[in-house]
Ligand binder design. Structure first.
Ligand code: SAM
Ligand code: SF4
Length: 434
């Protein structure tokens, strides 16, 4: 009988996309999907290494499942960034039976065949170019598709493990990407999200067209009603990109522009290669070109040598810019990164206090930003039934604000016009008008 698998995904959109590719690869080799981890022959954990907490979550999850999996003779596979970082250790301490790094995880089906053949091939961690498995495959099973345009990153932000575990920047060819986007649109995809650690650097390693041109060409594909891109980097985000967004109404007006810190001193220590003054110039430029837009960000508190004044500079920037949404983290040292060699000056308690204060301030700002949407007519694509009831649908507006409306599952994956009539916590509430 064919072996069954279950995939548990941790971390970012890249990992979600890689999990989809793993599923396709396992289907190719005759493995079948199991709805429950407790019924699967193979438990795959697609992991994240960005913060220690992310790795702790994976370890806790495997520890709690392990006994049951082993008892029925199941296989534990760890894929993704944590596999790449500490794969040997995971095999040695018997946490995992097989580990597969991000270069090869989309070929997981073949790798597991290899393992089942002789049970000696357990580590698939090579990062050589010939082991890099294509990210272009499969057909959409829904109205939304991820489209990876670059893999890896060579920016070496001092705190970041990504260059170590996912390797340097590798851009896919614009011809292949555009072809893929056309195929997706032709087979029913309405919304595409272009993915890369720093999409703005697209083509810089291969001499291909610049990101803004790629964006323009994909936006022009008939049938693509919404085009998102993640993530931008303030050092590479440019007026050309903003101009293309302004000229193409189907490009999302949500700009995700990670700031990380409001202090020039800390930004320099982080090797971010921009200053606050540059960041403000970009925000002004966005405002000049776009009538309606939202800006979201990532912020880290407690980086080595972040003084109280530096932290206050982050708070001031947050209050001044008024981000629609922010993903906020306490700095977590990652072995092998430049920042791990820096002396930590902020204790665990102080980091938590700073983070909690920042979160509270941003929560109020986010709520204020949502309030400005009251009575606006917006576009929304319902994504799923709301947790609160089967007659409610959840989705995101074009500005990426979360919204709930009354409706039935027939509307999932359709572009709707809605009117915003309330704000409930961190979510908009609206009603369908067309
Ligand atoms: N490439 C994207 C970028 O440049 O923003 C995403 C990188 S990372 C997966 C997402 C976010 O995690 C970062 O923007 C940063 O705020 C946070 N992060 C990364 N490493 C971290 C660390 N060591 N400690 C705390 N937060 C971290
Ligand atoms: Fe990490 Fe910086 Fe690259 Fe983002 S741009 S993946 S934070 S090194």
């Amino acid at each position: 009988m064919n072996k069954s698998f279950y995939i548990e995904t941790f971390g970012c959109q890249m990992n979600k996309n890689d999990s989809e590719l793993m599923r396709l690869s396992l289907y190719d080799e005759g493995y079948v999907l199991s709805e429950k981890i407790d019924e699967a022959d193979i438990a795959v954990y697609n992991t994240c290494s960005v913060r220690e907490h992310a790795e702790d979550r994976v370890r806790a999850r495997i520890a709690s499942d392990q006994g049951r999996i082993r008892k029925r003779g199941g296989l534990i596979v760890v894929a993704g960034c944590m596999a790449q970082r500490i794969g040997n250790e995971l095999i040695e301490d018997k946490t995992a039976d097989v580990v597969i790094g991000p270069y090869q995880s989309p070929a997981i089906g073949k790798k597991l065949n290899e393992y089942f053949l002789n049970k000696t091939a357990r580590l698939f961690l090579s990062q050589s170019a010939e082991d890099f498995e294509s990210r272009f495959r499969g057909y959409p099973e829904s109205w939304h598709s991820w489209l990876t345009i670059t893999h890896g990153c060579g920016n070496f932000c001092a705190y970041c493990i990504v260059p170590n575990v996912r390797g340097r920047l590798m851009s896919f060819s614009s011809t292949d990407i555009i072809e893929r986007a056309k195929n997706l649109a032709a087979s029913g995809t309405l919304e595409i999200t272009l993915l890369g650690q720093n999409v703005n650097q697209f083509g810089q390693d291969t001499g291909d067209i610049s990101f803004y041109l790629l964006l323009e060409k994909i936006a022009a594909i008939p049938g693509i009603v919404r085009l998102n891109f993640l993530t931008s980097h303030p050092k590479d985000f440019s007026e050309d990109i903003i101009r293309v967004i302004a000229d193409n109404p189907n490009i999302s007006r949500n700009i995700h522009l990670p700031l990380q810190s409001g202090s020039d001193k800390v930004l320099a220590l982080m090797n971010r290669a921009y200053t606050m003054s540059h960041y403000y110039t970009l925000i002004d430029m966005i405002g000049k070109y776009l009538n309606d837009y939202s800006v979201s960000t990532d912020l880290i508190v407690g980086f080595p040598e972040e003084s109280d004044n530096d932290y206050r500079a982050t708070l001031s920037a947050v209050k001044e810019i008024r981000f629609d949404e922010a993903y906020m983290y306490a700095y977590s040292p990652r072995e092998g990164t430049p920042a791990a060699a820096m002396k930590e000056t902020c204790g665990a308690r102080e980091k938590t206090e700073r983070l909690n204060e920042l979160i509270a301030i941003q929560r109020e700002i986010s709520k204020g930003r949502l309030m400005t949407r009251l009575n606006c007519v917006e576009e929304m694509i319902p994504e799923k039934i709301s947790r609160r009831g089967s007659d409610e649908l959840m989705g995101r507006t074009s500005l990426n604000h979360p919204v709930v409306i009354s409706g039935s599952s027939d509307d999932i994956g359709k572009l709707l016009k809605i009117r915003i009539d309330a704000v409930s916590g961190s979510t908009l509430r609206g009603a369908k008008i067309a």
